[in-house]
Design a protein around this ligand. Structure first.
Ligand SMILES: Nc1ncnc2c1ncn2[C@@H]1O[C@H](COP(=O)(O)OP(=O)(O)OP(=O)(O)O)[C@@H](O)[C@H]1O
Length: 167
């Protein structure tokens, strides 16, 4: 049985201005360990609820180009996904030089980020290159959000079924 190594493979970069600050601080206990928390409860924020801080208008993480954040593609249990359009350059449809990407935002107070970057990042790293899984090209933190920059996929079967009135 192949063993998948879920250790993080790359450090991520915290951009200037991304400092955690302000807001009341609390101590919460997870798995018997005291964890210092900032601001509101992660449980209340979940998958980027509307009361969380708005996602940024522009994104640049790690060594990525800059992207303008456009329409929302969807929302999951932990994060929200938007179209990102490269501000300049970008000739490819997919890959690190793509002119359009999917940007997945996960709020730093969300339940997936209790111990730092989302655990899901390790899963994406392990699955990168697998058929049907979008390639992640850049990742990092900007302001209150952890951001993944990945290939944009076509509509899911769920999206297609709904666009046809679930017939
Ligand atoms: N790379 C992508 N390209 C295009 N659309 C995407 C991409 N990634 C996510 N989406 C859209 O955003 C939605 C939310 O994705 P996300 O990964 O946050 O959650 P999920 O996998 O649907 O659910 P859960 O978080 O419960 O596992 C998806 O259902 C899909 O419609």
């Amino acid at each position: 049985v192949p063993v998948i190594d879920l250790d993080p493979d790359q450090p991520f970069e915290v951009l200037p201005g991304a400092a955690v600050g302000g807001g009341p601080q609390r101590i919460e206990e997870f798995a018997g360990k005291a964890v210092k928390m900032d601001g509101v409860s992660p449980d209340k924020i979940g998958g980027g609820e509307d009361d969380a801080s708005p996602v940024p208008e522009k994104v640049q993480v790690g060594h990525s180009p800059q992207y303008k954040v456009e329409r929302k593609l969807g929302k999951g249990g932990f994060g929200q996904v938007y179209v990102g359009r490269r501000v300049s350059g970008g000739t490819e449809r997919t890959g690190p030089d793509a002119y359009e990407v999917a940007l997945k935002f996960e709020h730093r107070n969300s339940k997936g980020c209790n111990y730092g970057p989302p655990y899901e990042w390790q899963v994406y790293s392990s699955l990168n290159g697998c058929y049907g899984v979008p390639w992640v090209h850049y990742k990092g933190r900007q302001g209150d959000y952890y951001v993944l920059v990945m290939d944009i996929l076509g509509p899911s079967l769920w999206d297609v079924w709904n666009s046809l009135g679930q017939t």
